[in-house]
Design a protein. Structure first.
Length: 326
C-alpha cells in the first residue's frame, strides 16, 4: 500500500509531470513548442522594444519624417524563410507524436478495458478478465523490459464526456454511438487523478477519475479479488441484504451472486474496494455511505440515484450490508 504522503504527492495533476508513455511524448512535444514559441516571442518583442527605445523622438526634436527605406531582399527573405522553417518543424514534430500515440500497436498481453461515460460516473469493464468496477481504473505498471500497456475503448451511454487523467494521457472524448480508443502505460506505481473534461450536465465537475497503477503482481491480486463472488454475510448484514434485495436498488445495481443484476448504476459487488463514492465526491466511509444512500442528492445535486425513503433502522442495516461488499 502507498503511504498517505506518497498518495498526496501523486495527486498533483500536471501535464508537465507525466508518468505514462503517451503523456511523456505529449509533454515533450508541448515543452518543445513552448520553447520555440518563447524564442520567437523574445526575438520579436526584443526587436520591438529596442526599436521603440532606440528610435523614439528626442527631446525638442521636431516631427520631421525619418528617412524612408523601401525593400531589402535579404531581410524579407529572412523573415519569410525562418517562420516557414519553424512551422515545418512544428508540423513534423506534432505529426510524429500524433502518429506514435494514435497508431501504437496493441501488444497481445495488453490489458483491455471498456470505459463507459455516464451521467455522472465512469463504468469500467475488463471484458477479458471478467471484472466490472466504477470510477477507479486499475492498471499494471509497465516497465521497458516487460511492456504492458492498457488499451481503453471509450463509449458513452448518454451525452459526450471526456476522459482526462493529465499525468497518464491526453484527453479523449466519449461520444454516444461512436467508439473511441486511447491507451495508457504508467511507469511508476501511484494513484493519478483525473476529471471529465467535456461539459456533460449538472455534475460535470463531480465526475472524477482515479487511475491506480500497481506493480503487475499487485494488479493480478486486485483482479483476483474483483472476480470473486460477494463475500458471505453474517446475521448482522443479512438484515441489510434483505433491505437491499427488497428495494428498487436491484434494478440499477449488480451484486454478484444475488438477484441484483441492474446495469444502470455502478456494480456494487466489491463496492468497498473503492476509495470514493459518487465518482469521487466523497470518501467511501461508513458515515459518508450512509449519507449518500439516505439522500444522494444532498452530496451530489442532480444525481440520478433517488433516495429510497428508508427509515433509520433500515438505513443502518443496509449500510452494514454494503460494508461487507469488499
Ligand atoms: Cu462527464 Cu463532464
Amino acid at each position: 500500500m502507498l503511504s498517505i504522503a506518497q498518495q498526496a504527492a501523486d495527486t498533483i495533476s500536471s501535464i508537465f509531470a507525466p508518468v505514462s508513455t503517451p503523456a511523456v511524448k505529449e509533454a515533450d512535444l508541448a515543452k518543445m513548442v513552448l520553447v520555440l514559441s518563447a524564442v520567437v516571442f523574445v526575438v520579436v518583442a526584443g526587436l520591438l522594444a529596442y526599436s521603440v527605445v532606440r528610435f523614439r523622438a528626442g527631446r525638442g526634436e521636431q516631427g520631421t519624417e525619418p528617412p524612408q527605406v523601401y525593400g531589402s531582399a535579404q531581410v524579407e527573405a529572412a523573415w519569410t524563410v525562418i517562420p516557414i522553417i519553424i512551422v515545418i518543424v512544428l508540423v513534423l514534430a506534432t505529426g510524429r507524436v500524433i502518429h506514435e500515440v494514435q497508431a501504437a500497436p496493441e501488444p497481445p498481453n495488453a490489458v483491455r478495458v471498456t470505459v463507459v461515460g455516464r451521467q455522472w460516473w465512469w463504468e469500467i469493464r475488463y471484458p477479458e478478465l471478467g471484472v466490472v468496477t466504477a470510477n477507479e481504473l486499475h492498471v499494471p505498471v509497465s516497465d521497458s523490459a516487460h511492456r504492458q500497456p492498457t488499451f481503453l475503448t471509450l463509449e458513452s451511454a448518454d451525452v459526450a464526456h471526456s476522459f482526462w487523467v493529465p499525468r497518464v494521457a491526453g484527453k479523449t472524448d466519449l461520444i454516444p454511438n461512436k467508439t473511441n480508443h486511447m491507451w495508457v502505460e504508467p511507469h511508476q506505481p501511484g494513484t493519478y487523478l483525473g476529471q471529465c473534461a467535456e461539459y456533460c450536465g449538472t455534475q460535470h465537475a463531480h465526475m472524477l477519475l482515479r487511475v491506480v497503477a500497481e506493480p503487475p503482481e499487485q494488479f493480478a491480486r486486485w483482479v483476483e479479488r474483483q472476480r470473486a463472488a460477494a463475500a458471505p454475510v453474517d446475521s448482522a448484514a443479512a438484515a441489510g441484504r434483505r433491505v437491499f434485495l427488497g428495494t428498487a436498488c436491484i434494478s440499477c445495481h449488480t451484486v454478484g451472486g444475488t438477484v441484483a443484476t441492474g446495469r444502470y448504476g455502478p456494480d456494487l459487488t466489491h463496492l468497498m474496494s473503492r476509495e470514493t463514492i459518487g465518482a469521487g465526491v466523497e470518501p467511501n466511509t461508513r458515515e459518508r455511505l450512509r449519507a449518500w444512500v439516505r439522500n444522494p442528492d444532498d452530496l451530489k445535486h442532480g444525481v440520478l440515484m433517488p433516495a429510497m425513503q428508508l427509515d433509520d433502522e433500515q438505513l443502518d442495516q443496509l449500510v452494514e450490508y454494503l460494508l461487507t461488499l469488499r
